[in-house]
Design a protein around this ligand. Structure first.
Ligand code: CA
Length: 433
């Protein structure tokens, strides 16, 4: 649903917001930030600034459902706010939009509640009870499958069931947190027995994350037509992956230590309201693909449930840094590479009665485009490490080295609307312990 908060002509009195690639007044993402004392407070990103939502509440600038929403965001985590669902969240957006508008009558009072984002630390927005990672990027699944089964890359279940596994919530970190190279069991084909040591094939995965809102009671599925109401926001997700550990351990139960040492999220919750102008029809399935089963099929979701998002991945290495060279763009792709919509992932997760809870995190799975300049992992870009990437510094990369930094970006663009972005999702690889 679109309203005046989506009009491209609207501007903020916060000058840096106007034309900001990520956080113009049309975005207003929610998060948890800290000033010097380190205590987490609810905030809203606006240009290069963060508006202290706790302070706005304390100043009595909110009432009704907007006040209810901000009160639920007190305490350094957004779980209770996410649990409220769309109504209070929309009310808060409308009020914040007025408060931050160019013609705001509260401009003077808000001045002391705005902090330079550069002076703040961003925390995880929610206490994550559970984290699940799907495998909905069909091009990624095809590319990876082809490394092992060139003639038959997709397994027979892929087009029927949204594939996923239960990940590890405790090791999800916000952007900027270092990523320590994991130790684990590795057994390359060239060695006869496994050995224990630092991963030699450390990789990233470009994904989107979904923040769960109200959720469902145990035993009560979420119908597909209601699934969207349970998505409280979106983020970027880097599912760091140790390919050598993965290759040895994954059969028969799937990923374990290869994926659970660290996952990085962009810390701002991009609301469904901010994304309203950037919804699109789900890509039509190729001729011959099965129609999704009824519990996954909703006409409205098919017409509007996918996301209009451009996705980019950058690599910054010690060599590039030393020579003052810009980050190397590893890929530029699009979220249309997802075979299932966010609502389908939610409905599928809950179809057997599993209860999703406010602040749970779902990953879409790695998103790759059909063309190789849009591949979402080094595993695909370097063909399993066989075709290294050469950088402007003269360095080459099969997989990530210590000191390398990966930066994910997502930008929503549509003619006639102010574009918005997700903010950065970055992490530097540090040596194994
Ligand atoms: Ca993944």
């Amino acid at each position: 649903m679109q309203d005046h908060t989506h009009l491209a002509s609207r501007r903020s009195f916060v000058a840096s917001a106007n034309g900001h690639p990520d956080f113009p007044i049309q975005n207003l993402p929610l998060g948890i930030f800290a000033l010097h004392d380190g205590t987490g407070r609810a905030g809203v990103a606006i240009g290069d600034m963060i508006l202290d939502l706790d302070a706005v509440l304390a100043a009595g600038l909110l009432d009704g459902a907007a006040e209810e929403a901000a009160a639920a965001a007190e305490g350094g985590v957004l779980n209770e706010l996410l649990a409220l669902g769309g109504g209070p969240r929309r009310a808060l957006r409308l009020r914040l939009f007025d408060l931050l508008s160019e013609d705001s009558t509260e401009r003077a009072r808000l001045a002391g509640m705005l902090h330079r984002a550069a002076d703040c630390t961003l925390h995880l927005p929610a206490r994550i009870g559970d984290y699940t990672d799907f495998y909905a990027g069909i091009q990624h699944a095809t590319n990876v499958g082809a490394l092992f089964r060139p003639d038959n890359p997709l397994l027979p279940n892929y087009k029927y069931v949204p594939i996923g596994y239960h990940g590890r919530a405790s090791s999800v970190v916000p952007s900027g947190h270092p990523v320590r190279r994991p130790n684990g069991q590795r057994k390359p084909a060239t060695e006869t027995t496994p050995s224990f040591g630092p991963s030699r094939n450390l990789d990233y995965e470009l994904e989107l994350g979904l923040w769960i809102g109200p959720g469902n009671a145990l035993g009560e599925p979420i119908p597909i037509a209601q699934a969207t109401e349970h998505i409280a926001g979106f983020c970027l997700l880097n599912d760091w992956s140790a390919r050598d550990i993965q290759g040895w351990e994954y059969q028969p139960l799937g990923p374990f230590l290869a994926k659970n040492f660290c996952s990085t999220v962009s810390p701002w919750v991009i609301t469904p309201e901010a994304m309203a102008p950037f919804r699109r029809a789900q890509a039509k399935r190729p001729e011959g693909d099965p129609k999704p089963m009824d519990y996954l099929w909703d006409e409205r979701d098919q017409a509007h449930g996918a996301l209009e998002l451009e996705l980019e991945v950058f690599l910054l290495t010690p060599g590039l840094r030393e020579k003052g060279l810009p980050p190397h763009r590893l890929s530029r792709g699009h979220a249309s590479g997802l075979y299932w919509t966010p609502a389908q992932l939610v409905a599928h997760h809950a179809c057997g009665g599993c209860n999703l809870q406010p602040g749970d995190l779902l990953g879409t799975g790695t998103i790759s485009s059909a063309s190789e300049d849009g591949f979402g992992s080094l595993l695909e870009i370097t063909r399993g490490g066989k075709q290294p990437v050469t950088l402007a510094s003269g360095e080459t990369r099969r997989f990530l080295e210590d000191g390398d930094e990966i930066v994910l970006q997502a930008r929503a663009r549509r003619a006639g609307f102010a574009g918005i972005g997700f903010g950065e999702c970055r992490g530097v690889v540090t040596p194994a312990p």
